[in-house]
Structures are given as structure tokens and as C-alpha cells.
Ligand binder design. Structure first.
Ligand SMILES: Cc1ncc(COP(=O)(O)O)c(C=O)c1O
Length: 391
């Protein structure tokens, strides 16, 4: 079995599951309780928070636990909008964000906020000139993802940070759900960013747990109000087993990160170099530093993405159409649409997404199976090899 769908979710690491189990069995008190079981749970909660903060170069009070990436994104966008309503009603984001950002923005539009979606070039990347031109006196938030979940583009976060240094009142948010552990932590945890979203299940922690980094001194309104956990900012009894497991998963992820990133890049390169010259293939992810090491997206023109996914599944190779969210809805990829890729090509796209456990031998096996399947794809394809174009 070859699992190449790590951007959808990762398998929980055995050590991480062991931590989850141990905490569930042994440290089951409520961190808010005054007695010793509460104190024990509170201590572990804060220890986990400190461990995560240390790994990211943040302080303990700047880490706030959530239920995952979707909550983190919703919170920063809507929490900023509520908190800063008196200062402005304009938000800037990109045309290629995850729906957790996009749909939060759309909801705000219905409430009278104004949103600018920065367009992207043929690589799915925004332009800094467009960003500069979009900023208004009423702008309260700029939200830019670190790594695109569909094709792996890394956005120019350092340049965005530089621009925003001249606008200290604007909140700068990065959705780093696909970016953590991929060798770009300096770009993400830059000296200007105010909020960063992380999701545990993308790095071998359990599903349903995540956190945001929130720069000290910045304020967003809570979306979940109630018992006042997380410094009154995110109510709800803390999911301590998952939090402790996530802290462990993050430590394991970042241990020896450069070697892991390098291996993922080699695997991606091996597949990329193999498939790119087949006549029906159009590649979208480039094989360079402007793209994450673990995501490779390409189309086999004339064959539906779902057909390709199931054909590989018969060989126990698990890949996806461009994102887990869009695949069951049979939607064209929103990133490829924003890149102005025609729908008949974008619906033929598939995504391979790696993690640190994949191997070059798996890449070779993928390539062998690809060669076998390509003959079927040629028959299925309604296009010809001469027809349009490499994107
Ligand atoms: C870039 C990005 N942001 C946010 C999310 C949502 O994260 P979660 O699944 O933890 O809600 C995802 C999930 O795929 C993602 O890829």
C-alpha cells in the first residue's frame, strides 16, 4: 500500500496515539477543576502549550488551542472582523485560499464587509504589487496561505510581511496548515505575522485538534463564548489527550526536518521527472523552491480526476483529486480555476501529497504503475496529444 494523500490527512503516529491513550486513561481531570486531578490536567495543558511555543519560537501565551484548521481560519477572519469593526470593514485575501478562509470571507461580505481576492499568476502565486494596490485605509486583515493545498505553491510571505511593516494596524494572518514541517518555518513565523493557523491531523496528530499562534498585544474577538477557557478567547473544555498528542507530533515532525524535507523533494522530483513528458500530462506544481516539497499536481487531459484516483486505488496507491474537500463534490479545483486553467483540464487533475515516511521505492512503484495505466488513459482520453498545452 502506498499512501500519497497526506495533504488530506496523515496517519496518526504510534507514539502520538500512545500519548493520547495514556492521557485519556491517566490524566482525565478537567484543567479548570481546583482539586489535584484538575491541577494535574492544567499542568499538562500548559506544558504542551509551552512545548509547541518553544518549537515555533513563540511564547507560551501566544498559543491558543482550537479544533483544527477550519476553526483557526474562521476564528482569525471573523474574530478580526468583529474586533476591528470600528476601524474598518475591508479584508484582503487570495483567490486560492482553502474554503475555511474563502467561505468565511463570503459570509462577512453578506454582513457588509468588503473583501479583495488577490489574483494569482500561472503558478498560483500572488503579486506584491497587487497587494500594495489593494490596501485601503479601511483594511483590517491580510490573510495569505503559506502553501497551497491543491498544487503546493508557496506564497511570498516574506515580501507580504515587508509590505505590512508599513501598516502596523492591519492584522496579518497566515494559514500554515500545509506549510508546517516543510522547511519554511522562518517564512511563516516571520517578525510581522500576527496570527497563524495550524492543524494537528496534517502532521500525524489526531483529527479535531489544532492551534493558532496569536501575537501578544493583538486582539481578536472570541467566536466560542462560554466558560472562558483559553484566556477567555475560546471557551470549551480542552481536549487534553489530543493537545498532548499534538505537542508530541509537532516535536517528532520538526525533529531532523531538513533531511525529511529533502527526501520528500527527491520523491516529488522523481515522479515529476517521470510523468512530465507524457503527451497527455499537464503539470501544475513546479519542481523548485517556490513550491512545497510534498505536493505534486498534474492533469492527464481527457480523463476525469476521479477515474485516475480509482485506477491507482486498484493498485493500492492512494492519491486524490486536487483537494479532499472538492473531490466528493466533483468540483473543479478552485486554485486551477483561479489560474485560468480550462475546466476540461482542471477536472483531470490529481494530487500526490507526501509525508516524511514515504520512500523513493514508492515513487518508483508509482511510476511503474503510471506507465501501465497510461495506456488505458490514452484510450479513455477524448483529447489528442497535440491538443492544448502545458500550463
Ligand atoms: C490550507 C488549509 N487550510 C485549512 C484546512 C482545514 O483544516 P482542518 O481539516 O483541520 O479543518 C485545510 C485542510 O485541508 C487546508 O489544507
Amino acid at each position: 500500500m502506498i499512501y500519497f494523500d497526506n495533504s488530506a490527512t496523515t496517519q496518526s503516529a504510534p507514539d502520538v496515539v500512545a500519548t493520547y491513550d495514556k492521557v485519556s486513561h491517566q490524566i482525565w481531570g478537567n484543567p479548570s477543576s481546583l482539586h489535584q486531578f484538575g491541577e494535574q490536567a492544567f499542568n499538562l495543558l500548559e506544558q504542551s502549550r509551552k512545548q509547541i511555543a518553544d518549537l515555533l519560537g513563540a511564547s507560551q501565551s501566544e498559543i491558543l488551542f482550537t479544533s483544527g484548521g477550519t476553526e483557526g481560519d474562521n476564528w482569525v477572519v471573523k474574530g478580526t472582523a468583529i474586533e476591528k469593526r470600528a476601524f474598518g470593514n475591508h479584508l484582503i485575501t487570495t483567490a486560492v485560499e482553502h474554503p475555511a478562509i474563502h467561505n468565511s470571507m463570503e459570509q462577512l461580505k453578506q454582513l457588509g464587509y468588503e473583501v479583495t481576492y488577490l489574483p494569482v499568476d500561472e503558478h498560483g502565486r500572488i503579486s506584491i504589487d497587487d497587494l500594495k494596490a489593494a490596501i485601503r485605509p479601511t483594511t483590517i486583515l491580510v490573510s495569505v496561505m503559506a502553501v497551497n493545498n491543491e498544487i503546493g505553491t508557496i506564497q511570498p510571505l516574506t515580501e507580504v510581511a515587508d509590505v505590512l511593516k508599513d501598516y502596523p494596524k492591519i492584522h496579518f494572518h497566515i494559514d500554515a496548515v500545509q506549510g508546517i514541517g516543510k522547511g519554511i518555518q522562518d517564512m511563516i513565523m516571520n517578525d510581522r505575522v500576527d496570527y497563524v493557523t495550524f492543524s494537528g491531523h496534517k502532521f500525524h496528530a489526531p483529527r479535531g485538534i489544532g492551534f493558532i499562534y496569536a501575537r501578544r498585544g493583538r486582539k481578536i474577538a472570541p467566536l466560542l463564548t462560554g466558560g472562558g477557557q483559553e484566556r477567555n478567547l475560546r471557551s470549551g473544555t480542552e481536549n487534553l489527550p489530543a493537545i498532548a498528542a499534538m505537542a508530541k507530533a509537532l516535536r517528532l515532525l520538526l525533529d531532523n526536518e531538513p533531511a525529511k524535507v529533502d527526501m520528500q523533494r527527491q520523491i516529488k522530483e522523481r515522479i515529476y521527472n517521470h510523468v512530465k513528458d507524457f503527451p497527455l500530462v499537464t503539470t501544475f506544481s513546479e519542481d523548485n523552491d517556490g513550491f512545497a516539497p510534498h505536493i505534486l499536481c498534474f492533469a492527464i487531459r481527457g480523463v476525469r480526476g476521479e477515474t485516475i484516483v480509482h485506477a491507482f486505488e486498484e493498485h493500492q496507491i492512494y492519491i486524490s483529486t486536487t483537494s479532499a474537500c472538492s473531490s466528493k463534490k466533483h468540483l473543479a479545483s478552485s486554485t486551477l480555476t483561479a489560474m485560468r486553467i480550462p475546466e476540461d483540464v482542471s477536472t483531470s487533475a490529481i494530487r500526490i501529497s507526501l509525508d516524511e515516511h514515504n520512500t523513493l521505492a514508492e515513487a518508483d512503484e508509482f511510476n511503474t504503475v503510471f506507465d501501465q495505466l497510461y495506456k488505458q488513459f490514452e484510450k479513455l482520453s477524448s483529447t489528442t496529444a497535440d491538443e492544448p498545452a502545458k500550463a
